[in-house]
Design a protein around this ligand. Structure first.
Ligand code: ADP
Ligand code: MG
Length: 384
């Protein structure tokens, strides 16, 4: 960790504080579509965002994230559908009349203006009293911890510092909704991680609702109260980060968020709380507790995260939820070890184990025959 105190540690990363009981959505997006010619960049998206949320739109390049954000800002006119912000239909509201500000990926600071003049620019144009402008700028620069560099010009700042000035500039007008398109894209990994926490702090302090676009799933997991995963113009799933990781609703989401092992199988029996699946790839029966309704003989997919699989030289006590193979790769990562295990079916399974002790005893190594096993609670059954 850096010893400088520029970047504060998060005071709170409260995931449950964003939504009050019975709260009305602050942003309501109803069946929103944007077509470019024949092509649907955003395809009938419906989504509610609540006050104080830090909502992340996550998806690969070209999935429609920026187009959705630009429609919220008013820079792009929807082909069909509706956007309400704070209960008001935005159809005929111009971008500058919306209670919204957008921070672009390229920060676009004015090169000839100082940091403070950059931040003050929008306020001055609003015709605020000079003393009020000054106070708001000072407060905002303090909040992003840039007060000491207020007299500098943008070219005398690092990428991270410029990013914070841009953030101050977009927040100083106190928008109710701040839209950020890949805000941390220009920062290196370590600075990115620190800035993510800072962003959470600022959002928490100001009570502004944030919608952040990112293609980085770790970033979304760190920042978001909720994540909406986008794929080819549609929202594949909306969930809190831990829900998204533990209960993905499709193979696409399971593979997009973190690592996962997928077994294709056939439903043998569907009981009240569990389903039994024959999986030729695992050479075993899989029993899963997570309940979705599925019919006998239906093809399903079982998703199991690498950290939820046990690996051992000894045969487990049961044949259900087990498999058998040979270690084909081992990677020691410091905090954890990654094993790839080739099953007799040829399928390769990824298993991770935390290195909870310095001396882990007789370590598993290449070419060893091992058993894999997991709990019925640990897998998710997917039908698409
Ligand atoms: P993302 O931000 O997720 O990378 P975008 O929303 O920028 O994706 O783009 C979604 C899709 O829409 C892409 O295939 C892109 O090429 C297309 N697109 C975006 N803007 C336009 C435009 N003005 N004209 C035609 N196609 C566009
Ligand atoms: Mg984009």
């Amino acid at each position: 960790m850096s010893t400088s105190s520029i970047l504060a540690q998060p005071k709170t990363i409260a995931v449950s504080s964003w939504r009050e009981e019975g709260a009305k959505p602050f942003v309501q997006i109803n069946q929103l579509t944007k077509n470019f010619g024949e092509f649907s960049a955003v395809n009938s998206v419906s989504l509610d965002i609540y006050k104080n949320e830090l909502f992340c739109l996550l998806g690969g390049s070209g999935s429609g994230k920026s187009t959705l954000l630009r429609m919220l800002a008013g820079f792009e006119k929807p082909t069909s559908g509706q956007i309400l912000i704070d209960g008001v239909d935005m159809a005929n509201i111009q971008p500058w009349e919306r209670p919204v500000n957008m921070m672009f990926q390229s920060y676009a600071l004015f090169p000839h203006l100082t940091v403070e003049a950059n931040v003050a620019f929008g306020l001055r144009r609003e015709g605020l009293k000079s003393s009020d402008v000054k106070k708001r700028v000072v407060d905002m620069l303090d909040m992003v911890q840039m007060g000491h560099l207020a007299k500098r010009k943008p070219h005398m700042l690092s990428g991270g510092q410029r990013q914070r000035v841009a953030l101050a500039r977009s927040l100083v007008k106190r928008p109710k909704l701040l839209l950020l398109d890949e805000p941390l894209g220009a920062l290196d990994k370590k600075l990115r991680e620190e800035t993510q926490f800072e962003l959470i702090n600022i959002q928490d302090e100001l009570g502004v609702t944030f919608v952040v676009v990112t293609h980085d799933q770790e970033e979304a997991m760190t920042l978001a109260t909720r994540i909406g995963v986008m794929d080819q113009g549609i929202i594949a799933q909306i969930a809190e980060p831990h829900q998204m990781y533990e209960y993905p609703n499709s193979r696409f989401v399971a593979e997009f968020i973190g690592n996962v092992n997928l077994f294709e199988g056939t439903v043998m029996g569907d009981e009240r709380d569990s389903v039994t699946i024959h999986c030729p790839d695992s050479n075993s029966m899989i029993q899963a507790n997570h309940g979705i309704s599925c019919a006998p003989n239906q093809t399903v997919y079982v998703a199991i995260r690498p950290e939820k699989i046990r690996i051992s030289r000894e045969k487990p006590g049961t044949d259900i939820n087990t498999s058998y193979g040979v270690i084909s790769e081992v990677a020691y990562m410091g905090s954890q070890s990654i094993f790839k295990v080739r099953l007799t079916s040829g399928k390769e399974i990824r298993v991770t184990q935390p290195n909870f002790a310095r001396d882990m005893g007789d370590r598993l190594t290449w070419e060893e025959a091992v058993y894999l096993s997991w709990d019925a609670d640990s897998s998710v059954v997917l039908i698409s």
